[in-house]
Design a protein around this ligand. Structure first.
Ligand SMILES: O=C(O)c1cc(C(=O)O)c2c(n1)C(=O)C(=O)c1cc(C(=O)O)[nH]c1-2
Length: 238
């Protein structure tokens, strides 16, 4: 066996699609659903001030998402992907009579007691949240589009977190008008549609084991971004 053959056999075999998808989904163990701040949110243990702090800070994520998706489209040379991906921008920015997700988040802000002016001023956004969200946008701008698509796959775990809020908030936070929860309701089916597409791109593109390991690292980066946001919010609103 010469040195080259030895090297070749040392490289692990790629996972098949089923196993690769299972490896990606296993990353859900590190999703921000398990962050202490989110656990407190689910259990009804947050103060009005903490809920308001979370809503105001998460708004920065909401407004960056369409810019992030625009960056992916600008890097993407595949028309079929662009045709689907562009819907994500419309979901958040809205079109014609559909006001979109950013507006729905503004309604959530209002329901928890934050005026449109205060929310949109971004004056409550803490440096750690800004830094983490900007890192997501920069990653999408600078990476091959398939890698940026992969980084969106935390959405695999998002329907559960939205459903938790819909199930628990009315009981734990009766002071929040339930009309404000429409954002969470709307995201469940949209996230499922997004994941179907994002997952197909990822399973098609990352085919060697080295690439598959890279995909898991990318997903970890995104999990870390979401986790860091809650660390920063937790610290700012004790
Ligand atoms: O409330 C959440 O916990 C949560 C998480 C995520 C996510 O996992 O990235 C998204 C959303 N919400 C969301 O509403 C949303 O529109 C969204 C888009 C994306 C993305 O990466 O493109 N993630 C998420």
């Amino acid at each position: 066996m010469n040195a080259n053959t030895k090297e070749a056999t040392a490289v692990a075999a790629p996972w098949d699609r089923t196993e690769f998808e299972a490896q990606l989904r296993a990353k859900g163990a590190g999703y921000h659903i398990h962050h202490p701040f989110n656990v407190k949110m689910t259990n009804g243990e947050l103060t009005h001030e903490q809920i308001r702090g979370w809503v105001a800070n998460r708004f920065y994520y909401q407004i960056i998402i369409p810019q992030k998706d625009g960056a992916i489209i600008s890097n993407c040379d595949d028309r079929e992907t662009r045709r689907k991906w562009v819907l994500r921008i419309l979901d958040h920015d809205g079109w014609e009579d559909n006001e979109g997700g950013i507006e729905a988040w503004t309604a959530l802000g209002k329901a928890v007691g934050i005026s449109r002016e205060d929310l949109w001023s971004l004056k409550f956004v803490v440096p750690g949240v800004r830094f983490a969200v900007d890192a997501y946008l920069n990653f999408a701008r600078r990476s091959p589009w398939q890698e940026a698509v992969c980084s969106s796959l935390t959405e695999m775990f998002a329907p559960k977190i939205h459903k938790d809020r819909l199930a628990n908030w009315p009981q734990h936070y009766p002071w929040i008008e339930t009309t404000g929860l429409q954002y969470f309701r709307s995201r469940i089916s949209l996230a499922e549609r997004d994941v179907e597409h994002g997952l197909a791109v990822t399973l098609d593109h990352f085919t060697t084991r080295v690439q598959q390991d890279r995909a898991l690292d990318i997903l970890q980066l995104k999990l870390d971004i979401l986790w860091s946001m809650l660390d920063a919010i937790d610290k700012a609103y004790p």
